[in-house]
Design a protein around this ligand. Structure first.
Ligand code: HMG
Ligand code: MG
Length: 324
């Protein structure tokens, strides 16, 4: 008998969503942490391969100040390449937009889905946006209003929902206040960021419950976990048990946390798909095609993927050496 590729046995758990929409962030959140500039054509091909693998929400880039995130300074060159390679009728390509200047740039290129990105803590708001929390909300207000008037879909990211490297534990009530403010601006969805990966499942359930009590519906909530302490999948399962059906993940686990050098990055999309496949939850993602994409990108980056699933399914890729 020839060896078979390992597959998880499908064993559903009652009460979980039948389908999960994966919000793929590798091309933006993952690549923004890469020191060496990745060629625009490689980014475009990465996004094309992600779409071929079945991902339907692929965050493409950011229209932020190029000095703040040099890796994404090619947004104007990248975005037009995507129209040709992705059937945009089926695939949405959200882009990050912090302010009206960013919105003008994104709309000029035909973006139909944007994300503003706030912080639950003052220190991260200052470091990431050069604003207080309330000043950032004021900066987003006209962005969301104009986008909504133009029928552009708006996601509101909220970072540091569980802990902050400068301020420590972040009280649930503090997170709820900013989350509610983002929803009140008119965001269509909210993504709860565990930016430094410190959340645990009980904390996730407590925050989701508090948000519901503040009239933020579960259907509008997505979760964005980092795997720094190995908790990302446990936290995802807690969110699914609460009814969340939008989960952010990054192909190959791309992306570290710039504030915790040894930290692993975002939840790897392959690890997520493995768990969801096993639970019998539909994602539309072809795990083999996705793994091949992450192996391909790892070769470009000269570094193996940190995803356990990628390493298990493509063991030879673990030997990728660093490109000088
Ligand atoms: P600032 O320095 O306060 O900007 O930065 P400003 O409003 O004072 O303007 C200064 C100059 O920048 C002006 O030019 C503006 O036109 C220009 P000048 O008049 O001096 O020639 N400018 C821009 N240029 C291009 N595009 C723009 C833009 N805006 C202003 N959009 C700013 C404020 C928000 C711009 C800056 O702080 C910034 O770009 N921050 C982005 C930081 C970032 O992208 N971080 C990563 C994303 S968040 C994240 O990864 C977390 C997440 O994944 C979830 C999680 O894990 O938690 C979402
Ligand atoms: Mg992230």
């Amino acid at each position: 008998m020839t060896a078979q590729r390992a597959l998880p046995m499908k064993v559903p758990v009652p009460g979980l969503p039948a389908r999960v929409r994966i919000h793929e962030v590798g091309a933006r959140d993952g690549l923004q942490n890469e020191q060496e500039i990745v060629p625009t054509e490689v980014k475009a091909e990465f996004i094309r391969r992600l779409a071929v693998a079945g991902l339907t929400t692929i965050e493409a880039t950011s229209f932020v100040h190029p000095k703040w995130v040099p890796q994404l300074a090619d947004a104007e060159a990248l975005f037009p390449l995507l129209g040709e390679i992705v059937d945009v009728g089926d695939v949405s390509l959200p882009v990050l937009v912090p302010n009206e200047r960013g919105l003008d740039r994104a709309l000029a290129l035909g973006a139909r889905s944007i994300a503003v990105f706030g912080s639950a803590t003052e220190t991260f708001a200052a470091r990431n946006l050069n604003r207080t929390v309330d000043e950032s909300l004021a900066m987003f207000e006209p962005v969301v209003a104009r986008a909504k008037a133009d029928k552009v879909h708006v996601r509101g990211y909220l970072s540091m929902c569980f802990g902050d490297p400068w301020e420590g534990a972040v009280p649930v009530a503090q997170v709820v206040r900013v989350a509610k403010a983002l929803m009140d601006l008119g965001c269509d969805e909210l993504s709860l960021g565990d930016t430094i990966g410190v959340a645990t499942p009980g904390h996730v359930t407590a925050l989701l419950t508090a948000l519901n009590e503040a009239a933020v519906p579960t259907e509008a909530i997505g979760v964005h976990f980092h795997d720094t302490y190995g908790q990302a999948l446990s936290n995802t399962l807690a969110a699914l048990q609460h009814g969340v059906s939008t989960v952010d993940a990054s192909a190959g686990g791309l992306g570290g946390c710039p504030y915790a050098k040894s930290a692993t990055g975002n939840l790897a999309t392959e690890d997520l798909v493995w768990m969801l496949d096993g639970l019998g939850i539909e994602t539309g993602v072809d795990l083999d095609a996705l793994t091949a994409t992450s192996v391909w990108l790892a070769e470009h980056l000269g570094r193996p993927s940190p995803s356990r699933t990628v390493r298990a399914l493509a063991p030879s890729s673990s030997s990728a050496s660093h490109k000088e």
